[in-house]
Design a protein around this ligand. Sequence first.
Ligand code: MSP
Length: 514
Amino acid sequence: MTDRFYITTPIYYPNAEPHLGSYYTTAVADTLARYHRLKGDATYFLTGTDEHGTKMAKTAAEQGITPQALVDRVSSSFRDFWKELGISNDDFIRTTEPRHKAAVTEVVRKLVASGDIYLGSYESWYDEGQEEFVTESAAKAQEYKSAITKRPLVRFKEATYFFKLSKYVPKVLQYIKENPDFVRPEIRRNEVVSKLEQGVNDLAISRATLKWGIPMANDPEHVVYVWIDALTNYISALGYGSEDDSKFRTFWPADVHLIAKDILWFHTVYWPAMLFALDLPLPKTVYAHGYWTANGEKMGKSLGNIVDIAKLRKFIGLYGQDALRFYVIRAAPFGADLDWSDTEFIRTYVELGNVVGNLLNRVLNMTNKYRNGVLPAVGPGDNADLNLADATRAFGGKLHAAYANLELQQCATLPVELARAANAYIDQTAPFKLAKDPTQAARLDTVLNLSTQAVYQALVGLLPILPIKAAAGLQQLGVTVGNKTLGELLDQPLPTGHQLGVGQVLFPKVEIAE
Ligand code: MSP
């Protein structure tokens, strides 16, 4: 039986262009999706845009256009930019699409029918940037400013429908405690648990004053609060509640909802409560990664301190989309905050060339020169040979474990470390000296074989992060990836007698014109 894997990113607000932050989550999701596809898992990777709510209505008004015109334009910009960056999403959901509206309507209908939605009246502080109500005590502690954007909170009062969140809180809390994989990393789980233990009120889920949203199924004078609308994307895209819900039946529950810590609460409290109320299974993992920061502050559209599309384009233009993906994934242990650095980007790229590119070149040059490009058999070995052979053999298992544990940084560094070990091995065994001594022919065979196997494994291991470069490197080794699975590629060494190709520089030197 094939495993299945469903991974999602947050659906981004199309009130401003994509940037490094939204790219990062999407690139991580892309890497995990590529890994699972390569593994042979039935994989579904969803991203999209979150198009309703005050924020969109306000931005459109500021620009003198309709909300629809705004979201059409910016949503396309997300979709196009992901294509340009080689993001391999299987679907792109927009919350203004009929399929999504139908699912939200169905969700509200069900919650009304089960008695989990009731009419009340609501007065509160509201964080417009985050589309979030803020309690009096939290508002006071934040000096009546948004904790995230630092903009002033606004006062809000109206007749509102409520979702009985408090009824589900004990169940959510128990679930989080009993399922350590549900909220990750652990520091985020602890945060949610301690906030939940302080008690939670019911959730206002409708707005009568706002028109830019999906009408409540039971009362079209109200529109659905944006988080109920937005979270439903994870099932609406799979056809939940529609005639053809085959994808929903195949892929739900999600394996990983990837988010950053800014939207942890919604995904680990509101969403599981909604799913409990709908009698649906919960996603296996909600993983909240860290922030890209600039001078210690979260990079964000509202703060104006972002690495924007133009800058990302500049780097892709110079180094390619693979190098960008590799840099962001390697930049910090997954979960921690990250800092963009031009210098570090370039250093990472140069390292790929010096370690992986260089190893590939050495292997191809030597094997072509000494053995006409035909992979020789492994002969008798000494300790150095055994060490490299062991490292190569252990590589696949380590890589699978890193992916299974979502240790993304490890996924990037393990292949590079294997290549580094193989370079050191070549330095130590000095094949050019062995080639001069006919009595050392068998030993030279061993060195050539083992270093070829190491670069082969390293390149296969890099496929999810460097899909273009790693496939090109493998092609030079005479291996076409095609539809082969990771198992087929990693579990078998290259056979003796395999014909290698010709070396070409994989990570060319980049001259930067200032
Ligand atoms: N529309 C909501 C999400 C609804 S999901 C059902 C939203 N959108 S957003 O456009 O603000 O995107 C937030 C997400 O973008 C973060 O959770 C994260 O995935 C990504 N990031 C935005 N800025 C970021 C950083 N500075 N650093 C890391 N990730 C960032 O919230």
